[in-house]
Design a protein around this ligand. Structure first.
Ligand SMILES: *Cc1c(COP(=O)(O)O)cnc(C)c1O
Length: 389
């Protein structure tokens, strides 16, 4: 029964071919594991989110092994069935203490945290207001919620204020969603100002801040940007990931007991998914310990020293470990990435749909393990003369 339509197979092939023609095709590559910025093949790499160099830290690896030995290779069930092991309870408690909040809940990933939490807090009668540059997990969570989705231009407080006013008049409740450190731009959100705007609608508007790239890096003890700015206790929903500076994997939400009780009852990505892997939880617990100790402080200091050096060498702002070098077209970004590769420097070209069309870029991320020489080589390769001042 041929209705003159292509088979699914040829439709999928055509879609991939079109991506390739636009310079947008993605392929998986195998990366050998390493710590720091010099890969086993001798290339310099600046793409990791392991900001404090903890992912292969002996203490985290040992803690993961220990947890696997004690609790198993898997959690065997979802948390509400019989998968809520002591290691999960301990991690929830440690996360709440780390964030200085009443309670916390761990998820299998940051992505799962966003996908479960936003729909648990907003539905058809509500409005979710998101910063335009928010991470895909936040946008997907907002879409899944069925709430009215309104987007404000990146960090545009005036626009946000207007949206809040109009939406508050029509919606049952408002959830404002933003990131602390923006993952592809490396800049930070004006959290104090956003909190103040939110508080004009006291009780009807809540704020969710995704601290994925700020956890472990900003604030006292690495508690995040909200803590650094002194507004953590005025943010209803603090989200974070265990998979970046904390070197493990998993995501979490911290806030009031009421919030966490709500998530336990309504966050589908926690309810209908096997409890996070015990080994990851064990490693995360050790990471939380470590970031609060002198070693954590030393690593944070090394990271910020690296950030300052690279910023000075390139003229880019020293806002976070993430440095975008926006080039424009997909071709330009790919060509720049290929040119660096010839010099043994691997900087991936970040393209649509990860960033908007016309904003393709190279994105460098630094870790505490970066040596002065590695940083200078990158600055020189990117900016030549300018990096020498
Ligand atoms: C990485 C990231 C996530 C997802 O976290 P995972 O633990 O990797 O799933 C969520 N939000 C932001 C801003 C991120 O950068």
């Amino acid at each position: 029964m041929d209705l003159g339509r292509d088979s699914i197979e040829s439709q999928l092939r055509a879609a991939l071919a079109e991506r390739e023609a636009q310079g947008l095709l993605r392929r998986l590559r195998v990366s050998e594991p390493f710590t720091g910025h010099t890969a086993p093949d001798g290339t310099l790499r600046f793409a990791s989110n392991d900001y404090l160099g903890l992912a292969r830290h002996p203490r985290l690896v040992a803690a993961a092994q220990e947890a696997a030995g004690r609790y198993g290779a898997g959690s065997a069930a979802s948390r509400l069935v019989c998968g809520n092991l002591p290691v999960h309870a301990a991690l929830d408690e440690a996360l709440a203490a780390f964030k200085g909040r009443e309670a916390a809940l761990g998820f299998s990933s940051g992505y799962a945290a966003a996908l479960g939490t936003i729909p648990a807090l907003a539905g058809r009668e509500d409005t979710v207001i998101v910063d335009k540059l928010s991470h895909a997990s936040l946008i997907d969570g907002a879409k899944l919620s069925g709430a009215r989705l309104r987007v404000f231009p990146h960090n545009d407080l005036g626009y946000l204020e207007k949206l809040l006013k109009t939406e508050c008049a029509r919606a049952r409740r408002i959830l404002i969603v933003t990131e602390a450190v923006f993952s592809m731009d490396g800049d930070t959100a004006p959290l104090r100002e956003i909190v103040a705007l939110k508080e004009k609608h006291e009780g009807r508007a809540w704020l969710l801040v995704d601290e994925a790239h700020a956890t472990g890096i900003f604030g006292p003890g690495g508690r995040g940007l909200a803590a650094a700015l002194g507004v953590a206790d005025r943010i209803e929903v603090e989200m974070g990931t265990l998979s970046k500076a904390l070197g493990s994997s998993g995501g979490f939400i911290a806030g009031s007991r009421l919030l966490i009780d709500t998530l336990v009852n309504h966050a589908r990505s926690a309810i209908y998914s096997t409890a996070p892997n015990p080994a990851s939880c064990g490693a995360a617990l050790e990471a939380l310990k470590l970031v609060g100790e002198a070693e954590g402080e030393t690593r944070r200091k090394a990271l910020w020293t690296a950030i300052a050096r690279f910023a000075a060498g390139t003229g880019l702002p020293a806002a976070s470990p993430i440095f975008p070098i926006v080039l424009g077209s997909e071709e330009k970004a790919l060509a720049a990435s290929a040119k660096l590769a010839e010099q043994g420097i691997v900087l991936p070209a970040i393209r649509y749909p990860t960033v908007p069309k016309g904003k393709a870029r190279l994105r460098a991320s630094l870790t505490a393990e970066a040596t002065a020489e590695e940083i200078d080589r990158l600055a020189e390769a990117l900016f030549g003369e300018r990096s020498r001042g």
